[in-house]
Structure formats: structure tokens, C-alpha cells
Design a protein around this ligand. Structure first.
Ligand SMILES: *Cc1c(COP(=O)(O)O)cnc(C)c1O
Length: 370
């Protein structure tokens, strides 16, 4: 059998990136300031400038970014937050963490994202925030979502953990909402070498809140203005992120190039449903998701050929054991449930070689007998 092909692997792409990262780490070590030092401050400025937002506040991870942003927007007990049922568990967990009620909404059948239409069915007088997730790397249709929020007088928090650098009608993800949460988990499109995250916003009150809340609520050293937590972006991770940010557009372009190869090669293959992008909505392919009713058999077949794949996500949020108390039942979200049973994520990462990708393509075609 051939060498196993991983679903994801870190590669030195663009060539020389690993050396640049190591140099940045060496410099940060030599700088001898390891918490909220110059690397964090510079990364915050550079990331905010890249996105075109007022400020970025570096935090410990993407989950904390969601929690801190929700708190900063004043979400708490008695409030409802509308979010998609088809997402990573962090999104719903964060809403519960701040004591609010997560209200789940179906994804759109074609884009797999929350839309104004699906969200609007769940808006009540208690809704404080709508929380769209730019899933798999495709931007949500933001015009309609922003209009809905404006009309209803509610705030928008973007979960941008899968879509760094993606644009919608010329504006970058993270610049639409009252706030946005980013994760820099290593495998994300912009990834650190460990956990890291950021809250971004153009609202000065949200920025001020996040800067204090991530650091025990301190307005200055030993001056606690409120109860907070410890969720600071690590200085060494910030040094890594500064290097990677310079390559983010190139990394995304490579993901998009690889996606185009799959889209071209796999069209008209069996009953496969390939990713569709809505007009104006960039896709930066954090995940290349295909769908087939033979998903489980296809996944086993590929594994026999030494090709590893993943499923995002096999069990929808409302059917997770931890979340049954929310009161949803099987059958409540037919679109999300269908996505859970048919979705398969193919290997797609910067540095994936042409030979490796063609191996995946040929194996998928062979499974469908052509
Ligand atoms: C990765 C991810 C998160 C959480 O990020 P962590 O850094 O792992 O805490 C939140 N939401 C979505 C959609 C994600 O993909």
C-alpha cells in the first residue's frame, strides 16, 4: 500500500515559512517579555489594520473570544442568541457560558450557513444577538443578516474562526458585526503553534471591555474594575501569528487553487454534491466538504486506500448528549441532520502536492465506478 495520506498536515508552505517562524520565536524569547508584551501589541495592531477594523484584542483561544465578545455586547441571563445548529460545538457552548439561551436555527441548504431567512424565524423580544458562523470558510450573506439585525434592533457577533481573510463584497470577515471572534487554533487558515484567539471590533466600548476582561478585569495593574478572567494571547504565539499573517493571502489563495482542482475533477461524479458559493461570498476553504448518501462507505473506501478524511460534523449540536436539555429532538432540523449524515471533508491544506491530490481524486472516482 502507498504511504498514508493524512487529512491535514503542517507543511513548509510557502517554502521558508518554518524558518521565518523559528526566527520570530527566537526573537520573542530574546525579548524577555512573555505576557502582553510587544509581540501581542504589534500583532493586535497588524491584524486590525489587515481587517480594516478599529481594534483586535488577543485572547487565549477562539472559544474565549466568543465568550468575551458576548459579555462585551452585554449578553447574559435572560437573553437569547440565535445561532446556526450546524457549527462546531464551541459556538453554542460559549452562549451557555455567559448564561444566555442558545436558540438554534437551520443552515441554508446550499451554502450550509445561517441566513437572514433561517435566523428570522427565531427572533423574539428576548433576542439580543445573532451569531452567524462563516462555516467551512464561506462568508455568510451579510447584507441580509445586517439588515435583519438593524430592523430588529439586535447585535451581530461573527464567529469567524474558519474564515480568516475571506471577503464579502470587498469587506473582510470580522468587519461586519458589532464584534467578531477569531480562533488561531493551529489548523485554522491563520494558525498559531498552540491555542490563540482574538476579539475584533470597531466599537471602542467593546475593545475597552475585552482588554480588561481578558486580564482579571484590571483597568491597570492591581486595579480590578470588574470580575474578569485570565485569557491573554501568548507572546510567543503572537510572534508566530505576525509571521503567518504576512502569508495569509497566499495561504488562502493556495487553498482556493486546490479547491478549484477538486471542483473541476469531481464534477459529475456519482451523486456527489460539491460546495457552492453564493454571489459575493468568498470561500477560503478551511474545509472542503463534499456530500453523498454513500458517505460512510466512501470514507471507509478511502481509508482502505490510505486516504484519511474527516467529518464536520457527524452529530449535530441539538443531538449531542450534553445539549439534550435544550429540548430539541431528532427531526427538528432536517437540513442540519442531512448534512451530518452526508458530509465528508477531503484533505486540503497548503502544501498538499499535485500527486497527493490526484490520488484523492482518482480514489473518489474509482469508488463511484468511473
Ligand atoms: C475552531 C472553532 C472555534 C473555537 O476555537 P478554539 O480556538 O478551538 O477555541 C469556534 N467556532 C468555530 C466555528 C470553530 O471552527
Amino acid at each position: 500500500m502507498q504511504e498514508p495520506l493524512p487529512y491535514f498536515q503542517f507543511r513548509d508552505f510557502p517554502a521558508g515559512l518554518e524558518t521565518q517562524v523559528q526566527q520570530a520565536l527566537t526573537q520573542a524569547v530574546a525579548g524577555k517579555q512573555y505576557v502582553l508584551g510587544p509581540q501581542v501589541r504589534s500583532f493586535e495592531q497588524e491584524y486590525a489594520a489587515y481587517l480594516g477594523v478599529g481594534a483586535a484584542v488577543g485572547v487565549g483561544n477562539g472559544y474565549d473570544a466568543l465568550v468575551i465578545a458576548l459579555k462585551a455586547l452585554g449578553v447574559g441571563a435572560g437573553d437569547e442568541v440565535v445561532l446556526p445548529v450546524h457549527t462546531f460545538i464551541a459556538t453554542v457552548n460559549a452562549v451557555l457560558q455567559v448564561g444566555a439561551k442558545p436558540v438554534l436555527a437551520e443552515p441554508d441548504k446550499y451554502t450550509y450557513n445561517l441566513t437572514a431567512e433561517t435566523a428570522s424565524r427565531h427572533i423574539t423580544s428576548k433576542t439580543k444577538v445573532v451569531l452567524p458562523v462563516h462555516l467551512y470558510g464561506q462568508v455568510c450573506q451579510m447584507d441580509e443578516l445586517l439588515q435583519l439585525a438593524l430592523k430588529q434592533g439586535i447585535k451581530v457577533l461573527e464567529d469567524a474562526a474558519q474564515a480568516h481573510g475571506a471577503k464579502y463584497k470587498g469587506t473582510l470577515v470580522g468587519a461586519f458585526g458589532d464584534a467578531a471572534a477569531f480562533s488561531f487554533y493551529p489548523t485554522k487558515n491563520l494558525g498559531a503553534l498552540g491555542d490563540a484567539g482574538a476579539v475584533v471590533t470597531s466599537d471602542v466600548a467593546v475593545t475597552a471591555f475585552a482588554k480588561k476582561y481578558r486580564n482579571y478585569g484590571e483597568a491597570q495593574k492591581h486595579m480590578s474594575e470588574r470580575v474578569g478572567l485570565n485569557s491573554r494571547l501568548d507572546e510567543l504565539q503572537a510572534a508566530v501569528l505576525r509571521v503567518k499573517l504576512q502569508h495569509l493571502n497566499a495561504l488562502n489563495a493556495e487553498r482556493q487553487r486546490l479547491a478549484q482542482v477538486y471542483l473541476q475533477e469531481l464534477q459529475n461524479t456519482g451523486d456527489l454534491i460539491l460546495p457552492v458559493t453564493a454571489p459575493g461570498c468568498d470561500h477560503v476553504y478551511h474545509i472542503f466538504n463534499i456530500r453523498t448518501k454513500y458517505r460512510n462507505r466512501l470514507q471507509s473506501y478511502l481509508l482502505e486506500q490510505g486516504i484519511r478524511t474527516a467529518i464536520h460534523y457527524p452529530v449535530p449540536v441539538h443531538l449531542q448528549p450534553a445539549y439534550t436539555f435544550l429540548g430539541y429532538k431528532a427531526g427538528y432540523f432536517p437540513v442540519a441532520e442531512e448534512l451530518a449524515s452526508t458530509s465528508l471533508s477531503l484533505p486540503l491544506f497548503p502544501g498538499l502536492s499535485e500527486a497527493e491530490q490526484m490520488r484523492v481524486v482518482e480514489a473518489v472516482k474509482a469508488f463511484f465506478g468511473r
